[in-house]
Design a protein around this ligand. Sequence first.
Ligand SMILES: [Zn+2]
Length: 291
Amino acid sequence: MRIWVLAVMALALAGCYFGSPPGNMHSSSQGQEASLEAVAPGRGATSGTATQPAPWARTQGEVHSLPTVRGGKSRTNNAQPPAAPSLKVISRGDLTVPTVALTFDDGPHPEFTPRILRILATHKVRATFFVVGKMALAHPALVLAEHCSGHAVGNHTYNHFDLSQMAPEQVYQEWWTGAAALESVTGVAPRFCRPPGGNRNSTVVRSANTLGMTVVMWSDYAADSARPASADILRRALAKAGNGSIILLHDGIPETLEVLPDLIVGLKRKGFAFQTVAEMARHLQTQEVNF
Ligand SMILES: [Zn+2]
């Protein structure tokens, strides 16, 4: 563990290629990158030493179910460009191709993220991490390690608040500061995002789209954030897996970490290959959602 952390820190200090964050390490589309001109509050925060699972998620009782969609107003303000013409959300990849995408929410976590990365590297699997902006700034080396290892890094907002309960200006601020935090670490503006708890409405989706991000939901969830037995996570995730599945998991959950190798092996035995959401979306017609 110690050696791995040191290696990650060295990687962060060097950048992916000695000072130049690689914008093309994974399928980032430069043409769709948001224009982010400022750095999120808190930049330069020192790496923390917290050892507890991500408290901003679990203490808020994160429930991963879609709320009843309410009609949201399309408002703009001085800081916000005109709304995107369509609402773009994906929750599943190509149904005709045996590929799945592992997604890990709520990191980075100083104890768990390095171990997840090691497991993914051992099994030669690339995944997607939806990270919390303020935690990315607290642990930039971990986010850079995710990015430099070829995984996709998506925006899980800056504070991990329930966006569906916030005013449009606050929603935009959460997306924007989260995106700026990630760009300050990786050098690449995120193209994908996931609202905390999956809680979304038209404002949440449109605001993300305005910043050049596609909202990524999921099709396969084993309720790992409730911390069931690892065997239950494995059984549920494998039972729900199908072509194009986007599998929701959480960084910082011991049972998820424990079962991850078996889950990867189980999915491979079922014939699935692994993609990041960026790779999955490349061959996918983005879903148009109207509320
Ligand atoms: Zn979350």
